[in-house]
Design a protein around this ligand. Structure first.
Ligand SMILES: Cc1ncc(COP(=O)(O)O)c(C=O)c1O
Length: 350
């Protein structure tokens, strides 16, 4: 077996990547200080680097995507305010309702049709201004790429149209850009072009970029100053965080340009699964994810177990739908092998 075809082939998420030897070396040499006192030069450099990349004034290093979204929402909204959030978005489905539980922010749900909500849908969902029966909307949250939408990448013009609508209606816009660089790689635009006009953006370093942890909130200087208070209240004030921030800097420098490889590997797997008779969800502008289905739950469980036994790992997202994500630690050869294992095991089920 060649070195690039080692098992297990773990496709359950792009969060499973392990820091490379080069990344670990940079981490071990990082200059550090106490970041709560603002004395960690590596954190400061990471924040400046991210802000510049996204064309924003400032950035704040936070522990995770969930913390980045929560800190951003708490900074935008006061208790009792409403935030328009997609029914399928990560903030609503996978972050423990932190916005409501910890922030007292009312989630005003809109149909995001596995990408961005349409303007008509936003018009329908925004509560009437000045009507005391309703939580008043202060924020629109959008997600790019869209996780539940199969990793669909939205285009800058589509983002701008939502931003324009939100600002016209007195709302700010927060983008959950956990996989922003997958979106920009798929569309072929710069990150700053993609988020122009967006008031705050959360980007993850721990997904396709391969860092062990960390996210950044990118926004105006004033917003970041206020967000810093919320981060501290949530226990996110870190001390010698330069050790991990160094991994983030390495990731931004070395692992953004290669995201196209992950997209190509996902396309290869998708094609093979379709040819092998599996039902694969169509995604408008795909990136590094594939959602596919078995005929029923029993068949899905058998397929999952058979693939696991052969060390090809992925998860179910509902009783008979699976999700695969390609990433830094999956080579072309592993992608080919995984596809042939899945198809082979599926065909054995008859
Ligand atoms: C779209 C999206 N937003 C936010 C997050 C949360 O990130 P974290 O796991 O770092 O809290 C995830 C995690 O997978 C995600 O997919």
């Amino acid at each position: 077996m060649s070195a690039s075809n080692v098992f297990p082939i773990d496709l359950k998420s792009d969060t499973v990547t392990k820091p490379s030897a080069a990344m670990r070396k940079i981490m071990s040499e990082a200059e550090v200080g106490d970041d709560v006192y603002g004395e960690d030069p590596t954190v400061a450099l990471l924040e400046r680097t991210a802000a510049k990349l996204l064309g924003k004034e400032a950035a704040l290093y936070v522990t995770s995507g969930t913390q980045g979204n929560l800190v951003s929402l708490l900074t935008h909204c006061a208790k009792g305010d409403g935030a328009l959030v997609g029914k399928d978005c990560h903030i609503l489905n996978y972050e423990g309702y932190g916005l409501a539980v910890l922030g007292g922010i009312a989630p005003l749900q809109v149909d995001d049709a596995k990408s961005l909500p349409s303007i008509e849908e936003l018009e329908r969902a925004i509560p009437a201004k000045g009507n005391v029966h309703f939580a008043q909307a202060k924020l629109l949250c959008i997600e790019n790429t869209h996780n539940r939408g199969g990793g669909h990448a939205s285009k800058p013009q589509e983002v701008y149209a939502r931003v324009e609508w939100a600002h016209k209606n007195g709302l700010s816009v927060h983008m959950d850009g956990a996989r922003l660089f997958n979106a920009t790689a798929a569309i072929g635009v710069t990150p700053s072009e993609m988020v122009k006009g967006v008031d705050s953006v959360q980007i993850c370093l721990s997904k396709g970029l391969g860092a062990p942890m960390g996210s950044l909130i990118c926004s105006s200087g004033d917003f970041v100053d206020r967000a810093r208070y919320w981060r501290k209240k949530l226990g996110g004030g870190l001390r010698q965080a330069g050790i991990v921030a160094a991994a983030g800097l390495y990731a931004l420098e070395h692992n953004v340009a290669r995201l196209k490889d992950d997209h190509d590997n996902a396309a290869l797997i998708k094609d093979a699964l379709q040819k092998g008779g599996l039902r694969v969800s169509e995604v408008g502008r795909p990136t590094n994810m594939i959602y596919f289905s078995a005929k029923n739950e029993a068949e899905a469980d058998k397929l999952l177990a058979a693939c696991r036994a052969r060390e090809v790992i992925f998860n179910k997202t509902d009783p008979y739908t699976f999700r695969l994500a390609t990433h830094l630690d999956v080579s072309r050869e592993q992608a080919e092998t995984a596809a042939s294992v899945i198809v082979g095991e599926y065909q054995k089920l008859g």
